[in-house]
Structures are given as structure tokens and as C-alpha cells.
Design a protein around this ligand. Structure first.
Ligand SMILES: NC(=O)C1=CN([C@@H]2O[C@H](COP(=O)(O)OP(=O)(O)OC[C@H]3O[C@@H](n4cnc5c(N)ncnc54)[C@H](OP(=O)(O)O)[C@@H]3O)[C@@H](O)[C@H]2O)C=CC1
Ligand SMILES: CC(C)(CO)C(=O)C(=O)O
Length: 296
């Protein structure tokens, strides 16, 4: 099997490391050249045996493409997709948020999209050096493509689950990202802040709105799952961070439009009031403007 991973960051780096140990040939498609990729994963630190390429002209059609850029960078991956995707290629979207197929489908002339829910906390600690913060796991829709994707990682440290109700599970992951990503980015704090009682109330308000929108969209979510979700964040290592926090710290563009922005858009469509999420979105937009001004 031939695999190309677009984006050698926290998620793409771990995927490549897992695959390089278990599967065939892996190509890493990067926009800024790196001499090598080092991944720290479950106590093991190793250089990933992959071909690293920064020019789309240097790649050809593969069996699998793992798209692991931030959602806001999806369109910039088009030149890679043009070269890598043939009629039988499956493009697995390793991104947070919902509506993966709507985001990536229009960029493809052939092949098919397989959306994935990604549980793979990690951080780029230096260019070309990724530190994974836990046992990586993906969820994909049950079906032939999902089953073939799960086989690709068989025997590796990365577990792939197949779900009949992928929609609900992608909303469940979305809930977490709607609260912990903005809260950590806005406060510049890691997960330890999720133990603060005032922050917990704020997160509950964000999630109560989000559950109502998710249910209107067809996800089988319950208000009763908010408490356990907040407990799970509070129980995590205080030093775990979110991908949005890391983008803020690096002065990069953040994923807020594809997370809170999408939720607020859906709420408007369904006529559901989401004042907490609207406020979060306004703050993140303001923050993004400031970051853009600071970095020129
Ligand atoms: N980090 C985490 O803990 C988790 C993240 N996620 C989600 O996974 C997705 C990926 O996140 P994450 O890995 O953290 O992001 P990172 O920012 O760590 O990595 C994304 C990588 O994509 C690269 N990139 C962007 N555009 C292109 C392009 N056109 N061609 C090639 N490379 C490109 C970036 O390059 P450059 O270095 O130049 O910016 C960067 O190296 C996001 O949707 C995120 O929300 C999900 C679960 C956990
Ligand atoms: C917060 C986390 C690690 C999920 O728990 C995540 O998905 C992200 O950092 O974007």
C-alpha cells in the first residue's frame, strides 16, 4: 500500500509514525521543508522512515491520502490532492470539526473521502519534532473504506474504530473542541484550567447550546453527557494543551471558524440562540485579528 500524509504536524506526524512501523511506503507532504521527522509516541522516540517532499510535482497517485492539515488550510492542499488522488484513492480527513466530506469533496476530481474523528492529542515541540500525548485513536464510518483503513493500522499503536453512527460520534468530539480549544486559546492556559469551577460553568454553557444545535442537526446527543465530558477534561494531565492553544502561542491562524463558527452558523439556520458561543466566536475573531497584526 502506498500512503501520503499531507501535513507533518501533531496529528500527521503520529499517523506517519504508526504507519511506518506497520505498513508500506509513506510519503510526508510538507509545505516547509524539514530534514527529518522525529515522533515521541508512548515512550518511544524515533525518526520516522518516510520520504519527505515539499513540492507537489514530486509525488504521484497513491492508495491512501491522509489529510492532516488544520481545517482552515484544507484548500491550500489542493495541489497535493491533484497529484496524489487517482480513481481508487481514498482521502482520509484527519481533522477536527464536522462536515469533513463537504470541506474536502469539492477539491477532488476523483477518488473518495473518508472522514475521521481524531483522538490523538499531541504537540509540535520543534520543527520536525512531534510529541504525542496519549494513545492515538481514530473513528471512521463503518463500511468497506473504513474497514480497509482499519486494516492499514493493524498491529500499530494507533487504533481505528468503525462506527455505524459516525455523525453522532463526530458531534461528540466536536463538543469537546467547542469548549476546550477556545478556553485554552483565550486564556493561554493548558488543561489544568478545566478544573476551575467558574471555567467549568462557562464550558457547560457553551456545551448546553452546542448539544441543542447538534440534536437539531440529527446527532444523538444528550445534555447528560456534558458533565462526564467536563470531568474527563478536568481529569487529564494539566499540561495537555489544545491545537488551538498551540496555534495562538505560535501566532498562527486558528481553527475557530471551522469549529465555533460552524456551530454558530448552524444555530442560525435552526433558529437556536447560542449567545455564549457567539461571544466566544467574537473573542476569537478579535484575537485572530491581533495575532495577524502582530505577525504582520
Ligand atoms: N493537535 C492535537 O492534539 C489534535 C489535533 N486535531 C485536529 O487535527 C488536525 C491537524 O491538527 P494538528 O496536527 O494539531 O495541526 P498542526 O498545526 O500541528 O499540523 C498541521 C500541519 O499541516 C501543515 N500544512 C498546512 N497546510 C499545508 C499544505 N498546504 N501542504 C502541506 N502541509 C501543510 C502545517 O505546516 P506548517 O508547519 O507550515 O504550519 C503543519 O505542519 C486539525 O483539524 C486539529 O484540530 C485532532 C485531535 C488532536
Ligand atoms: C483538545 C484535543 C486534544 C482533544 O482532546 C483536540 O482535539 C485538539 O487539541 O484539537
Amino acid at each position: 500500500m502506498t500512503v501520503a500524509v499531507i501535513g507533518a504536524g501533531a496529528v500527521g506526524g503520529v499517523a506517519a509514525a504508526a504507519l511506518a512501523g506497520s505498513s508500506g511506503e509513506v510519503t510526508l507532504c510538507v509545505r516547509r521543508p524539514i530534514p527529518h521527522l522525529i515522533v515521541e509516541l508512548q515512550g518511544d522516540v524515533r525518526e520516522v522512515p518516510a520520504r519527505i517532499v515539499a513540492d507537489p510535482a514530486a509525488v504521484a497517485v497513491v492508495d491512501w491520502v491522509l489529510l492532516a492539515t488544520k481545517a482552515q488550510d484544507t484548500a491550500s492542499a489542493a495541489p497535493w490532492l491533484d497529484r496524489l488522488v487517482g480513481p481508487k484513492t481514498v482521502v482520509v480527513v484527519l481533522q477536527n470539526g464536522i462536515g469533513h466530506a463537504d470541506r474536502v469533496g469539492p477539491l477532488l476530481r476523483q477518488g473518495q473521502v473518508l472522514p475521521a474523528v481524531v483522538y490523538s492529542p499531541g504537540e509540535v515541540v520543534a520543527p520536525g519534532h512531534v510529541r504525542s500525548g496519549g494513545a492515538p485513536r481514530y473513528i471512521v464510518p463503518a463500511g468497506p473504506a473504513g474497514a480497509a483503513f482499519a486494516r492499514l493500522f493493524e498491529g500499530s499503536v494507533l487504533k481505528v474504530e468503525q462506527a455505524a453512527d459516525f455523525e453522532t460520534l463526530s458531534w461528540r468530539k466536536f463538543l469537546g473542541n467547542l469548549c476546550v480549544n477556545p478556553i485554552t486559546a483565550l486564556t493561554m492556559r493548558r488543561f489544568g484550567i478545566m478544573r476551575d469551577p467558574e471555567i467549568r460553568s462557562f464550558a457547560r454553557a457553551i456545551l448546553t447550546e452546542a448539544v441543542a444545535v447538534g440534536r437539531a442537526a440529527g446527532a444523538k446527543l444528550e445534555a447528560a453527557e456534558i458533565g462526564p465530558l467536563l470531568d474527563s477534561f478536568a481529569a487529564q494531565d494539566s499540561e495537555t494543551g489544545s491545537s488551538m492553544l498551540f496555534d495562538r502561542l505560535a501566532g498562527r491562524s486558528m481553527e475557530h471558524e471551522q469549529l465555533t463558527g460552524v456551530l454558530v452558523g448552524l444555530a442560525s439556520r435552526f433558529g437556536i440562540e447560542v449567545p455564549f458561543n457567539r461571544a466566544v466566536l467574537a473573542l476569537l475573531r478579535g484575537l485572530q485579528d491581533s495575532l495577524a497584526r502582530e505577525t504582520g
